[in-house]
Design a protein around this ligand. Sequence first.
Ligand code: ADE
Length: 226
Amino acid sequence: MLQIDILTVLPELLESPFSHSILKRATQKGLLDIRVYNLRDYTPYKHGQVDDYQFGGGAGMVMMPEPLAIAIEKLQEKTKYDEIIYLTPDGEKLNQPVTNQLSLKENLLLICGHYKGIDERIREHFVTREISIGDYVLSGGELAAAVLVDAVGRLIPGVLNDETSALSDSFQDNILAPPVFTRPADFRGWKVPEELLSGDPKIIDEWRHEQALKRTEERRPGLTDY
Ligand code: ADE
């Protein structure tokens, strides 16, 4: 059972992504529990203020330390977190080994930043891990949090069945997945490789493995490096 708490100024953004398909089933099975908290509910400032100008000047607001510290400490009264994760473009890059690791935890707190980010003191004193979902800048951490929750949630033991097994995913063995085909076997004259139609598991496995290696070599030659 993995509980993921998310702290955000835009809870609406996180309503839909987890209520479908595999994550919905994970939640219904009691394997995943996602709780979204509105940072503005914890601010000591008027009008729900959570951000302010940066010291030293410069464009862009910074999320103030008090609302975050108050919210985190309040949540910590109920839950002991294995990791408090701040989603940020300067964090460690999210990849399959990291998602595998996180899927085995019990309690995670995700912090979504906005504007120019959060006050550095929160990163120093509360955050235990900083994660980026890629080398581009999003307008907030919410979509990054949604990506992380999706990638992690589907790996929780018991979430996937045979049909959706993670074992054959791209990246699971540092190798990309082979091409896949479904009916019809001949679509506009474009034919499904005969190996896949052979009915011989050995031929099929060999073809898939060869294709996976070829794809990895062509598209991501450095994939085995991490
Ligand atoms: N917040 C803004 N951009 C981000 C990114 N690329 N990854 C994680 N959090 C972010």
